[in-house]
Design a protein around this ligand. Sequence first.
Ligand SMILES: [Fe+2]
Ligand SMILES: [Fe+2]
Length: 138
Amino acid sequence: MTKDEMIEALNGDLADEFARAIQYINHAALITGARFGSIQKELLVHATEEMQHATTLADQVAFLGGKPNTAVDAIATSDDSEEMLRQDLAGEQAAVARYKIRIRDAMAMGEYGLARVLQDILVMEEEHVKDLENALGL
Ligand SMILES: [Fe+2]
Ligand SMILES: [Fe+2]
């Protein structure tokens, strides 16, 4: 993988982090039902963490000599609270899969600092998966 390909891949991750943050704010505002009370607050914590990830990715793109994009990926929403949590879970599972590939590629390129930063993000995405699975009773 070339540096330009890594920049493009990280910009894709960045667009996804923006979308996840917006989606969480949307879902936290719309979610209803007593059994979703605690996850509603947790969604806002996730939103803040996704924006931290976006900040980190933008820094890494710039560090590699690229331009951080401002594109935002597709945002999923629903009238059904449980369906919104399933949408959030799908997004987190996709993020985990993506970052595992990204870490492998960064290591292969000898970009160990980048790999380390991505590992920190991966750990948080795995926690997000767990939070949503718990809320859904999975
Ligand atoms: Fe994230
Ligand atoms: Fe996440």
